[in-house]
Design a protein around this ligand. Structure first.
Ligand code: PBG
Ligand code: ZN
Length: 323
């Protein structure tokens, strides 16, 4: 049937009819809010390129985490900024490290909030790479042991979900084995499975103080020209035991989100990264874009592409707009 007997506009004529046939929902319980925790008391420093996001000490972290929970956001993704860095990133698995203390405080004060922890070494190594550097490059197999130890220390501190972001080969299996051996059989792994070497991480590296001192991350993170490889990365992580897989960044990689969902049908998180946030914030501050409409449209697009969960610095705003 064609025009004039068939008209697409019939189902667009009112808000109620449009809602009745919408294909994609955006709800606060799909969102994860990333947070940065640092040593000290009463510290709360706003990031210049990430307005509204802070490096903060545990007391402020807990305060904001309560607010996150009250907005109906189920979980946070934690990044730690250690007091000291060394070649091997040993403070990443320090029992009294910043992240371990933050996890314990959150589980104590806001127990119903899901605490997801980013497992990587770049915030903890003096050179800023995501693993142990040998002969000018990150040594894959030496790094695995450190990652497994770090993941285990997070679980011991009370982390609900472990999220390895380093992109070493074999890390999901190494982490699963170390968690299982110590009895953490029910701690899920959300792997940063298709993580691209992206210029969109710029603002984050300022916030997490994790810019590599030399070179870049292209010998371990993915090449933005590849899509088949992203599917292979994801399938390998699934075989190694990942419970959820992640695509990162989100907006410039909607095709990857779509493909990974179609080809794996696995629970999929998309990480809308710092640079995506910074672009919208900057344009909105200039009055060039309407922040609320653009953010809601962007989040809906990420869900429509196939993401079950969205990790975003806009989470608090989105949740309050949806209320
Ligand atoms: C650490 C890590 C990074 C991000 C999350 N975990 C940075 C990187 O790989 O350089 C980026 C997050 C963002 O930009 O919001 N490996
Ligand atoms: Zn890293």
């Amino acid at each position: 049937m064609y025009f004039p007997s068939y008209r697409m506009r019939r189902l667009r004529q009112s808000e109620q009819i449009r809602n009745l046939v919408r294909e994609t929902d955006l709800l606060p319980d799909r969102l994860i809010y990333p947070m940065f925790v640092t040593h000290g008391e009463n510290k709360r420093i706003e990031m210049e390129s990430m307005p509204g996001c802070y490096q903060q000490s545990i007391n402020h972290l807990v305060e904001e985490a309560r607010e996150v929970r009250e907005l109906g956001i189920p979980g946070v993704l934690l990044f730690g900024i250690p007091a000291e860095k060394d070649d091997a990133g040993t403070s990443a698995y320090d029992e009294e490290g910043i992240i371990q203390m933050a996890i314990a405080a959150l589980k104590e004060e806001v127990p119903e909030l899901i605490v997801i922890t980013d497992v990587c070494l770049c915030e903890y190594t003096s050179h800023g790479h995501c693993g142990i550097v040998k002969d000018g490059d990150v040594d894959n197999d030496m790094t695995l042991e450190m990652l497994a130890k770090t993941a285990l220390s997070h679980a011991e501190a009370g982390a609900d979900i472990i999220a390895p972001s380093d992109m070493m080969d074999g890390r999901v299996a190494a982490i699963r084995t170390s968690l299982d051996n110590e009895g953490f059989i029910n701690t899920p792994i959300m792997s940063y499975a298709a993580k691209f070497a992206s210029a969109y991480y710029g603002p984050f590296r300022e916030a997490a103080e994790s810019t590599p001192e030399f070179g870049d991350r292209r010998s371990y993170q993915m090449d933005c020209r590849n899509s088949d490889e992203a599917v292979r990365e994801v399938l390998l992580d699934i075989e190694e035991g990942a419970d959820m897989v992640m695509v990162k960044p989100a907006l410039p990689y909607l095709d990857i989100i779509y493909r990974v969902k179609q080809e794996t049908k696995f629970p999929l998180a998309a990480y809308s990264v710092s640079g995506e946030y910074a672009m919208i914030k900057a344009a909105a501050a200039k009055g060039w874009l309407d922040e609320k409409s653009v953010v809601l449209e962007t989040m809906t697009a990420i869900r429509r592409a196939g993401a079950d969960t969205i990790i975003t610095y806009h989470a608090k705003d989105v949740a309050s707009w949806l209320k």
